[in-house]
Design a protein around this ligand. Sequence first.
Ligand code: HDE
Length: 715
Amino acid sequence: MAKSNKKSQEKASSKKQEQLEQHKKDPSGKPMTTNQGLKVNDTNNSLKSGERGSTLLEDFLLREKITHFDHERIPERIVHARGSGAHGVFELYKAIPEFTKAGMFNDTKRKTPVFVRFSTVAGSKGSPDLARDVRGFAVKFYTEEGTWDLVGNNMPIFFIQDAMKFPDLVHSVKPEPNKEIPQAASAHDTFYDFVSHATETLHNHIWAMSDRAIPRSYRMMEGFGIHTFRMINDKGEAHFVKFHWKPLLGVHSVTWDEAVKINGADADFHRRDLWDAIEAGQYPEWELGLQLIPEKDEHKFDFDLLDPTKLVPEEMVPVKIVGKMTLNRNPDNFFAETEQVAFLPGHIVPGLDFTNDPLLQGRLFSYRDTQLSRLGTPNFHQIPINRPVVENHNNQRDGHMQMDIPKGQTAYFPNTLSGGCPHLSKMSEGAFHSYEERIDAKKIRTRSESFSDHFSQPALFYRSLANWEKEHVADAYTFELGKCNQDHIKERMLWVINQIDTDLAKKVADGLGMSVPKNIDKPINQAIGADADVKKHQPGKKKIYLDESPALSQANTKFDSVATRKIAVLVSDGFSMSDYEKMTKSLEKEGATLAIIAPHGGKVTCDKNVSHPVDAAINTTESVLYDAVYIPGGKKSVDALIKEAKFSKFLNEAFKHCKAIAADNEGENLIDNTFIKDHKDDKAIFINGKASDFKTAIANHRNWDRMEVAKKVAV
Ligand code: HDE
């Protein structure tokens, strides 16, 4: 059966790809050798004294093979260990010299090569993709002025305000140190012990309780640079800037019930989805947007632009779309590229600069430091995936794994022996020069009072959600706190949630079988110093400077495409080919992927006596792996489906997860064997319906109006 809409597999040809080509090794048609090039005659047996004798120390073949194997692991990333990467390209729509002199923002003809890595945060390298978690969204731009890394997340704010708190945050969410439980999950006492005392976490935390933390696909999530950065034009004028990635497929998520089941059915769900889409030529795309704020407006807001727990609502500062990123090539080798890629927020180019955001400032230190233990050498920039596409020369020398051969007598500056080279460049020649910011301040270890508003933005986020999203948030809090063992931690969390929204707190309290504490001592924000003035740093009352920010709700995303959606077609021998064609032709044309699911593997024969390959036998797949379900008619086919209970379970689950379901002719008999039989009037259920209506329902992602009924489905 036809698969997806295969675009021609244009090989992304770029300076970076050409550079990577030089390092690729292709063993096809080649003899096996040792690392020294010696041809190998036997790689299956060690050298022994006698056929059954002991193995000889002399066996250099065994030693080389085993020693390499013994050392083939490197430390996984301390956070963001689980991830997937892809190559692509960034193209600018319109030059923006008024804001920045950065080359890639000034030349619409340039195709800047990129490498992107998406990740979860808390889990280990082998943890499942659908953990409730923030997703990393790290982009390496190989620009002609040097490499720029935009190392962001899929949520626009962060948990903490100062880098000093990062180890505490991460230690609280990681598995508890005595028992190394739970893996890739925030639902445990230590995390909530921390969150309830460090109230600055609440904004990112409520995002993590929302559907944003369980995306349908990496391809369907936004990305954010989070911190306020600076853009500098060639007159030296600066604007504050926030970076946004907007997916062309819209922002969509799965439900928690699906997430839990997907983790069992396909722990690589997001990794596979990204890989498959790129292999099929259905290249993921994001537009890059900028929120630009003139320096003079720095103090115009009700929050501090340097506070990374605050977003700037799009309704207050619109997002200016400036270009598009397309991911068009899978890596050739996971370890060499995705594992060894090293992102550093400190990788910057002229025309961009940092701000004094204390979280960003700490990151500028941490990322270089971590590569030293992870990749083991200050020469990590020489690993092919990390090499810039421009030449680099300086007087740094030696170190583990030096791959370059720097020529010449000198390794210092200034020198005359090498003619003063490598020489310095003027700003007019493209050299980087830090933005000259006036600073006149005391050296002081404290938190700015302007960072003390911890409730206004979580409340804005919650107010801006659709009812179904609000319900998901309440369910998530109830689940997470329900997994905690300590009542005092849950009580404190309920008190804190109550400061965000009383309805929300009540719902969660009901779910926990507790009540919202009224008279709890005001939680002391303990993320301050022992001598700090407590009053100054207490989170103040929530303010309302914007009723709602529609841009924060997934109800207002794009619902205009079925491209890359996976539709399960349930059939057995004798299914109606004309039904099938009627329903699926336009879906396929618009890039949806159809998967034939049958009682067995191999092939099924339709009523026209043509055989079709089965994509998955029912015992190898699950409903949660698809976006919609279709059952064509054909009595023999449908009778066989009714006999196998898992097909009915498959449908009940799709109904529970509010997905579009269509059946034609005898296909209805299978529907009548499920919970759906009494809900055929649902707006995303189509019995002998129109293909165009089914398509619209799939593009709408889910029918959330069904949510109350869906809860009654027991699967
Ligand atoms: Fe990271 N973070 N981070 N982080 N982060 C790392 O660097 C760190 C923060 C983010 O796919 C580590 O190379 C500190 C914010 C992503 O390779 C480490 C602080 C944001 C990735 C590190 C933060 C991020 C990392 C671990 C607080 C969103 C994965 C491995 C000051 C803007 C990149 C590594 C990849 C990875 C430190 C906060 C995003 C340890 C100290 C805020 C997407 O250096």
